[in-house]
Design a binder for this molecule. Structure first.
Ligand SMILES: NC(=O)c1ccc[n+]([C@@H]2O[C@H](COP(=O)([O-])OP(=O)(O)OC[C@H]3O[C@@H](n4cnc5c(N)ncnc54)[C@H](OP(=O)(O)O)[C@@H]3O)[C@@H](O)[C@H]2O)c1
Length: 317
């Protein structure tokens, strides 16, 4: 099978598309023939080798000389491990793995995959696992957003931010989106009610309060966020701009502010599948890359200016 590999952190010239053996499933795994995957900030962190990644994959360079990346899975099950009971060969599935998805076949834990609803395209399903589940965890688990809640999303135009807008609207919230003005049309199209351009307005110095804040951009401190929350209001922190920011949130000791640790549980995937099947969370696809051209997709990620989602086309048509 064809698979993306890279040999040195951050080195675009070390990227290759190689022929590799199709993996065999462990007892808890299935093999999925990939149709599409997508690009997330996470793949940029993996490729450039942030400290957490180096601790896991190898310090000076990836230990596996065939190191693949890619998390989002959308395709058809072709093999099933002995202990898998929730999926069978031929099932159309979506979900996530840590590193194997930029390849024609991926081995994944069956519990991190779910049946793709029939009315959802493979492409839309591929856009949703990492970004959609992250947004869902912040909105549903941490902020428990309900109809009529006033929600602010800081960093509303990228992958996670766009799903946060779509999912908050699905639950009936009133959404204020913070992004740059060039992306106003995009966030309006996906449902944002109010818009703030962070280049000209600072939402932290305005008097408006919110029932929930989804901090995707990760550039505001707990001290700035807390006064903006209504009584009972919650903030879900998704992104960070520096280690100093992470520490500030870790040691804020506030019951109102929680960091998102996204997990592809069956419950989360089922809810995401329901939301996608409703037709109310259609994600604008702003770029498509073939597996052979994925280097360009990773370069686009490095700009940190992604709008909506960028897709990787894996199956040759
Ligand atoms: N905790 C978790 O489990 C988890 C999971 C997934 C992702 N993440 C993190 O979440 C963050 C977002 O991920 P993503 O995949 O959505 O990234 P992305 O698609 O690359 O999104 C980048 C977006 O950030 C916006 N942005 C940049 N500077 C901003 C600012 N000063 N104020 C407001 N928005 C700003 C940009 O909007 P404009 O172009 O409009 O400025 C851009 O659209 C990343 O830091 C990622 O590591 C965390």
């Amino acid at each position: 099978m064809k698979a993306f590999i890279f040999k040195k952190y951050g080195d675009f010239d070390s990227i290759e598309i190689i022929d590799k053996e199709i993996p065999s499933p462990k007892p808890n795994e299935v093999i999925v023939k990939q149709k599409f995957s997508s690009l997330n900030a996470m793949e940029w962190h993996l490729f450039r080798g942030v400290t957490m990644v180096k601790l896991k994959l190898g310090w000076s360079k990836p230990k596996d000389k065939y190191q693949t990346i890619g998390a989002d899975i959308s395709g058809v099950v072709t093999q099933v491990g002995d202990k898998v009971s929730n999926l069978k060969i031929g099932d159309e599935v979506f979900g996530e793995d840590f590193t194997g998805a930029y390849a024609e076949y991926v081995a994944a834990d069956a519990k991190a995959l779910y049946h793709k609803p029939k009315e959802v395209s493979f492409e839309q399903a591929a856009a949703s696992p990492v970004a959609g589940l992250t947004a869902l965890t912040g909105i549903r688990e941490i902020c428990q957003i309900k109809k009529g809640d006033k929600v602010l999303i800081n960093g509303a135009s990228g992958g996670v931010g766009s799903y946060a807008v779509l999912i908050a609207k699905y639950y009936g919230a009133e959404v204020t989106a913070v992004c740059s003005q060039k992306n106003f049309e995009h966030v309006k199209e996906i449902g944002a009610d109010q818009l703030i351009d962070y280049n000209t307005e600072d939402f932290c110095t305005q008097s408006k309060k919110y029932d929930a804040i989804i901090e995707v951009a990760g550039n505001r401190t707990p001290k700035e966020i807390k006064p903006l929350l209504n009584e009972g209001g919650k903030c879900a922190v998704i992104g960070f701009t520096s280690a100093k920011h992470i520490l500030k949130y870790m040691f804020s000791f506030s019951r109102k502010i929680k960091m998102v640790n996204q997990i592809a549980s069956q419950d989360n995937l089922k809810e995401l599948a329901t939301i996608l099947a409703s037709g109310k969370a259609e994600m604008p696809i702003t770029a498509r890359y073939k597996l052979a051209d994925i280097k360009d997709g990773i370069k686009a990620l490095s700009s940190r200016r992604t709008v909506g989602k960028m897709i990787v086309e894996i199956e040759n048509k």
